[in-house]
Design a protein around this ligand. Structure first.
Ligand SMILES: [Zn+2]
Length: 67
C-alpha cells in the first residue's frame, strides 16, 4: 500500500499565521482513532503544539472524505 500524504492548514496560536502541515493518512487515522495527539508546528514563532478538538474534527473530515 502506498503512503498517502494529507496536507492541512494550521494556524499559529500566537499570531494566527497559516502554515501547512502534512502527515501520512495512516498516521492521522491512527491518531484520531486512538486518541493520540497530533503535533503541529508554526515556523513564524518556532512553536509546537497539539491540535485541539476543532482541528482534529476538521482533519477528520479532510481525511475521511473521498477524493
Ligand atoms: Zn506566529
Amino acid at each position: 500500500m502506498t503512503e498517502v500524504f494529507i496536507r492541512f492548514p494550521v494556524h499559529c496560536p500566537v499570531c494566527q499565521q497559516e502554515w501547512t502541515s502534512s502527515r501520512t493518512k495512516a498516521e492521522i487515522l491512527d491518531a484520531l482513532d486512538n486518541n493520540k495527539p497530533i503535533r503541529v508546528y508554526a515556523e513564524c514563532h518556532d512553536w509546537h503544539w497539539d491540535l485541539g478538538e476543532s482541528g482534529r474534527t476538521e482533519l477528520s473530515g479532510r481525511v475521511r472524505s473521498p477524493r
